[in-house]
Design a protein around this ligand. Structure first.
Ligand SMILES: [Zn+2]
Length: 262
C-alpha cells in the first residue's frame, strides 16, 4: 500500500518522464477511480495542456498542468505509475492513460481500484477541506511535539491519523516504532519530551531512508523490521519471534522484547 516513500518515488518517476509534453488524449478505461470528475471532464480539462510540475503531500500526488489545473492522484492499495510506449509493455490494470504527443503514455495502473484521480483548481483548499495534517517530512520537532503532545490514544493510531500527520501508513508506522523501541499500543500521553523527540527522529530517519532505498524492501537494511515482518519472522535485533496485534483496526508487527509499553 503506497505510503509517503512510495508516493515520493512515484513523484520522481513522473517528474523524470512526463513533464513538459503536450497531452494529446486522456484514455479512461475504467471510470471507477475518477472522483468528483468524469472521463469527459478529465479529457476536456487536460487535452492540449502539459504537466509542468508536481507536489506531494502525505500520500497524495498533485500534478500541475499549465493553466493552473491540478491532477490529483491517490494510490489507494495497489496504485502505481507506468510510462511506456508500446502496448505490450503495458501493465495489466491500467485504468487511466495520459497520451503524450510523442506517443508515449503515462498509465495509472491500479489492480484493486482503491486509488483516486481527480481534478482541482486549488491544492491548499483541497488539503484544508480534507483536514489533512502537515506532511510527515515537512514537520520540525517543535510542530511534531505540538501536534502529538496533547493527544490521547495508542501511539500507532496517532501516527496513522492523516488529519494529524499526513503520509505514514501501516508499514512505516511499525518500522518507526521498531526503531524508536516503542510498543505500538503505548499510550501517547505517557511519552515525555525525550520520548517524543526520539519518535520524531525515528519518523524522519525511516521515511528518508526508505526513499533512498526507493521504497523497495530488497534495498532496505536487514536490521529493519520490514524484511522480517510477518508470520515466523524474527526480530533482527534480538532474535525473538515477532508478534502481531490489532491496534487501531490495523495489524501491527513488533518485537515484544525490544518494544516495551511505557
Ligand atoms: Zn527484539
Amino acid at each position: 500500500m503506497p505510503e509517503l516513500p512510495e508516493v515520493e518515488i512515484f513523484k520522481r518517476y513522473l517528474d523524470a518522464t512526463s513533464l513538459h509534453q503536450r497531452i494529446d488524449d486522456v484514455d479512461v478505461r475504467n471510470a471507477y477511480i475518477l472522483k468528483e470528475t468524469s472521463a469527459r471532464e478529465l479529457a476536456r480539462g487536460l487535452k492540449g495542456r502539459r504537466f509542468e510540475s508536481s507536489r506531494r503531500h502525505g500520500k497524495h500526488l498533485f500534478v500541475r498542468a499549465d493553466g493552473e489545473l491540478w491532477l490529483r492522484l491517490h494510490f489507494g492499495m495497489t496504485g502505481t505509475l507506468q510510462y511506456f510506449k508500446n502496448d505490450e509493455q503495458a501493465l495489466r490494470h491500467a485504468r487511466v492513460l495520459f497520451v503524450f504527443a510523442n506517443h508515449h503514455r503515462l498509465a495509472f495502473d491500479d489492480q484493486r481500484q482503491f486509488g483516486q484521480i481527480g481534478l482541482l483548481k486549488d491544492v491548499d483548499q483541497f488539503l484544508k477541506t480534507r483536514a489533512l495534517g502537515p506532511d510527515a517530512l515537512d514537520l520540525d520537532l517543535a510542530e511534531f511535539r505540538k501536534i502529538l503532545g496533547k493527544r490521547r490514544g495508542a501511539v500507532k493510531s496517532i501516527l496513522l491519523n492523516q488529519q494529524l500527520i499526513a503520509g505514514i501508513g501501516n508499514i512505516y508506522a511499525d518500522e518507526i516504532l521498531f526503531r524508536a523501541r516503542m510498543h505500538p499500543a503505548t499510550e501517547i500521553s505517557h511519552l515525555d519530551d525525550q520520548a517524543l523527540t526520539k519518535l520524531f527522529r525515528a519518523t524522519r530517519y525511516i521515511l528518508e531512508k526508505a526513499i533512498v532505498a526507493k521504497a523497495d524492501v530488497k534495498q532496505m537494511p536487514k536490521s529493519w523490521l520490514l524484511p522480517h515482518r510477518g508470520k515466523g519472522g524474527k526480530c533482527p535485533r534480538c532474535g525473538e519471534k515477532l508478534r502481531s496485534a490489532k491496534i487501531g483496526g490495523r495489524t501491527a508487527w513488533f518485537c515484544a522484547r525490544c518494544q516495551k509499553k511505557r
